[in-house]
Design a protein around this ligand. Sequence first.
Ligand SMILES: Nc1ncnc2c1ncn2[C@@H]1O[C@H](COP(=O)(O)OP(=O)(O)OP(=O)(O)O)[C@@H](O)[C@H]1O
Ligand SMILES: [Mg+2]
Length: 210
Amino acid sequence: MKLTFKPNEHVGCCGATQSGKTTFAKKVLVNSWNRVLIADTKGVDFHDYPTVGWKRAIDAIVRADRDRGNHTKNKFRWRLPFGVGKKAEVEVDEFSKAVLSRIPNVTVYFDELGAYTTSYRISHGLSALATQGAGKGRRLYWSSQRPARVHGDIWDNTVNLFVFAQHPKDKQAIRRNFPAYEEFQGQIEFGTYRFAYQDPAGKVTIGGPV
Ligand SMILES: Nc1ncnc2c1ncn2[C@@H]1O[C@H](COP(=O)(O)OP(=O)(O)OP(=O)(O)O)[C@@H](O)[C@H]1O
Ligand SMILES: [Mg+2]
């Protein structure tokens, strides 16, 4: 399956714990992009990428983009060790605003978006990245175990959706954003590491394991 996304298209990935989201992110998507910042929540899965504090990362990219004159030549795939908790939420808010205002053509990957937002609460920065980022070439790629807890600002702007095996209690949230889910859920059972992909036109493809 060939997966190509326009820079102005956000990407989301849902699936129960251990369904294969992180493996898919690492094997397929993250390495297909040249400018990627990985907001690492758990601190276990992304140690094979260089770790850079977010402020240093922003400054280094701005400087290198400027020095090279053409930002597409300046490539990076870095792990940003945000962690979880109130302090991390504030940092992610500030980071998101900095990406939106200073870093062109980038993908920001949140390995567990639920660490920084809920269905009823989202920071201004994260909301701005979701609602304005795509139009400005900042792609948001997010994964979550709990689609029912993903904020509407995120859902409304996510046009590529991957769904791995899903917990029954989250099926309602999936159905709302992926109308054909019911029809395909039997093909993406837990342990198969398969996924259903809904593209921006609403077309569904079954893929995996990767
Ligand atoms: N395509 C695959 N083929 C074989 N094994 C896989 C595949 N995808 C994932 N796995 C295995 O399944 C386990 C869980 O995968 P992964 O960590 O990607 O899940 P996850 O959805 O990110 O889970 P969590 O929500 O807990 O972070 C890992 O041990 C991984 O090696
Ligand atoms: Mg994971």
